[in-house]
Design a protein around this ligand. Sequence first.
Ligand SMILES: Nc1ncnc2c1ncn2[C@@H]1O[C@H](COP(=O)(O)OP(=O)(O)O)[C@@H](O)[C@H]1O
Ligand SMILES: Cc1ncsc1CCOP(=O)(O)O
Ligand SMILES: [Mg+2]
Length: 239
Amino acid sequence: MDIMANTLLAVGASPAMVHALEEISDFTPQAQGLCINIGTLSSQWISSMKAAAVKAVEAQKPWVLDPVAVGVSKFRLEMCIELLRLKPTVIRGNASEILALAGASVGPSKGADSSHISTDALDAAKDLACRTQAIVAVSGAVDLVTDGKRVLGVSNGVPLMQKITATGCAVTALIATLVAAHPAFPFEATAFALALFGMAGEIGMEKANGPASLRVHLIDALYGLNEDSVASRIRLSWI
Ligand SMILES: Nc1ncnc2c1ncn2[C@@H]1O[C@H](COP(=O)(O)OP(=O)(O)O)[C@@H](O)[C@H]1O
Ligand SMILES: Cc1ncsc1CCOP(=O)(O)O
Ligand SMILES: [Mg+2]
């Protein structure tokens, strides 16, 4: 939650972490966008997550799902399948998560980390996007963004980002932010969020000595991004 919230503050958004069912009906309609992250899923949060998704859809606000470690347990998988019925605008996971979610399968895995590369999950991502009508993003060395037909690759980022916990969660929250700011363009906003986070990693890496200092410098770099640095660093390609 720390790196997620600080990522959003760095780009000028205003994050709030909300879990209690009692406040969902008041709070969700006030938010411009919603991010549901099942990282530390626990049974008492399930009704809050579902209620928040329903409220967001009612209020015509975009919501983004991060299916953290969905292939690890039936509990996570069943919860995600129920959440898919509540019409997420975007789903962002690593390759192992998108493969597990698209295939509705639980099996041996590396938990929250991926044991696949993003392109392993390309067909699964397209299939999931077609079935759910959501934009699906698969993160990795090359991030993939698809609406089921088009596939955009985002090549920004550095491998050490995988060694900081919750960089995936943070980029999902950044996707929710940019989609909330540009609700008519969820595909483009998702790709741009992945590119911004990746280029912040590249700039942060210039000063970092390891994962802990990269975490700090990545957030500083995100805060310092401007039009010139974005235009010179962005690496997008159709796949
Ligand atoms: N090998 C890599 N090279 C460059 N960027 C990477 C690499 N692996 C992950 N990233 C970036 O790190 C961020 C988190 O992605 P990832 O590690 O796949 O998510 P998760 O934490 O959910 O497993 C994304 O912005 C992604 O682009
Ligand atoms: C380690 C861990 N355990 C439960 S959630 C979490 C963080 C996962 O974050 P990410 O998907 O961004 O690696
Ligand atoms: Mg993740």
